[in-house]
Design a protein around this ligand. Structure first.
Ligand code: BG6
Ligand code: MG
Length: 212
């Protein structure tokens, strides 16, 4: 077996929270009169909350103080968390669940490596609160992707070296982070087009063949 562990990004890999991020950021952008659309939202994939706000504020004519920015990010997060209350185990696809179970049955350790500070809340909502062997998320890092910290901590929590782990990502910044940390990267969606990806995946269940 090539990989002893797999570290999964959460948003866009295990489940889909983009629409809730979009709605919450859109409501904040409308409130402060800044243009925001789904294309700009795509740039927020894998990016931390404060870095996301900075991207949105690129179109603002007004400069905000760090305190004002903190307040705006907190308002967005409150709305986002209210939207997350709609999520349930029905938001976990059968394909993802079966694939995770298959990988676990092969003896591979499974971890989350997410920039989100809401990762544990989301995992609980979709019924995976106690599923993973380790969770590295926005609450235990000081540098966001493309910095490798979140994945390095994930490997450390599993007790494994980066070269024994595969990182699964949907964001280009996430593959950059994996490569910077010395991990193989498996890309889904846009991340499958990253030139340094080890595995370009079409669908989540491709992991069963990759880990044969
Ligand atoms: C990542 C998302 O998983 O988490 C980003 O892809 C998001 O879009 C980031 O900005 C931070 O999330 P949160 O939940 O801490 O605001
Ligand atoms: Mg993602």
């Amino acid at each position: 077996m090539k990989y002893k562990g797999i570290i999964f990004d959460l948003d866009g890999v295990i489940c889909f929270t983009d629409k809730y991020h979009y709605q919450a950021w859109k409501s904040l952008a409308d409130e402060i009169g800044v243009y925001f659309d789904e294309t700009i939202n795509n740039r927020l994939r894998g990016v931390s909350r404060m870095a996301s706000l900075d991207i949105i504020l690129e179109r603002s004519e007004k400069d905000y103080t760090p305190e004002e920015k903190e307040q705006m990010a907190a308002r967005k997060n409150e709305r986002y968390r209210t939207l997350l209350e709609q999520m349930s185990p029905a938001d976990l696809s059968a394909e993802v669940r079966e694939t995770l179970d298959d990988l676990r049955a092969k003896g591979i350790l499974l971890a989350i490596g997410s920039s989100s500070k809401n990762a544990k809340l989301i995992l609980g909502r979709i019924g995976l609160g106690d599923y993973f062997d380790a969770i590295s998320d926005g609450t235990n890092i000081t540098h966001s992707k493309p910095h490798p910290e979140v994945f390095l901590k994930g490997a450390q929590f599993l007790g494994l070296d980066p070269e024994d782990c595969l990182v699964v990502e949907d964001a280009l910044a996430g593959i950059d982070a994996a490569v910077a940390g010395g991990f193989d990267g498996a890309g889904l969606g846009e991340a499958a087009t990253h030139p340094k990806v080890t595995w370009a995946m079409k669908t989540f269940s491709d992991l069963k063949q990759i880990c044969e």
